[in-house]
Write a protein that binds this ligand. Structure first.
Ligand code: AMP
Length: 193
């Protein structure tokens, strides 16, 4: 199995481009944000706990997302691999993912990082708010908190995966989705894993 990580700040296009990679490479796309939103919509206990944290722009506890991911690793096997979108987001999650994969005799294949400047995060999320109506897209204060959380808790993963030679970056700041998608697909070809 291959294990790819879609990495980058909120609004970088991780979910959008994950769909193209999923279809081209026969991967299972696992978005922890989407899985959490489904729990909220279903009104589960986990969803209720997650909702307060998500609506403030804070991360949910590591073990909450790790359990959701592990459950899918154990139940899905009719694909070439997994495309993790929005996970891991902390060093603790990255270390636990390594352990989870080591126990399966596997390891992370590559990290595909989509880079955009902070101002573009605000622009893109304001645009998405009008279309998707996500609770955490509605206010500038919450968006800024998500950006701060990304810099403080998620950005250290760049060094973590660079040291392992698994970190690959693409500028995802082109004005059109098509242009950015072409860059992401080009990077995948280059990685050739
Ligand atoms: P996303 O759809 O990836 O932007 O995620 C939406 C929200 O879900 C995030 O702002 C977090 O509150 C929560 N979330 C998603 N993935 C994780 C994760 N790996 N660790 C902690 N919280 C997460």
């Amino acid at each position: 199995m291959k294990y790819y990580i879609m990495f980058g700040p909120p609004g970088a296009g991780k979910g959008t481009h994950a769909v193209a990679l999923r279809d081209k490479y026969n991967l299972c796309h696992l978005s922890t944000g989407e899985l959490l939103r489904a729990e909220i919509a279903a009104g589960t206990g986990l969803g209720m706990k997650a909702k307060a944290l998500i609506s403030e722009g804070n991360l949910v506890p590591d073990e909450m997302v790790e359990k959701m991911i592990e459950k899918r690793f154990n139940s899905i096997d009719d694909v070439e691999g997994f495309l993790l979108d929005g996970f891991p987001r902390t060093l603790g999650q990255a270390e636990d993912l390594d352990k989870m994969l080591a126990a399966r005799g596997d390891s992370v294949t590559a990290v595909i990082s989509l880079m955009i400047p902070d101002e573009m995060v605000h622009q893109r999320i304001r645009h998405r708010a009008a279309i998707e109506g996500r609770i955490d897209d509605a206010s500038d204060v919450v968006i800024q908190n998500r950006i701060n959380t990304y810099h403080a808790q998620t950005e250290p993963l760049i060094e973590y995966y660079s040291k392992q030679g698994k970190y690959f970056e693409v500028e995802a700041d082109a004005p059109t989705i098509e242009e950015n998608r072409a860059r992401v697909l080009g990077l995948m070809e280059k990685i050739g894993k």
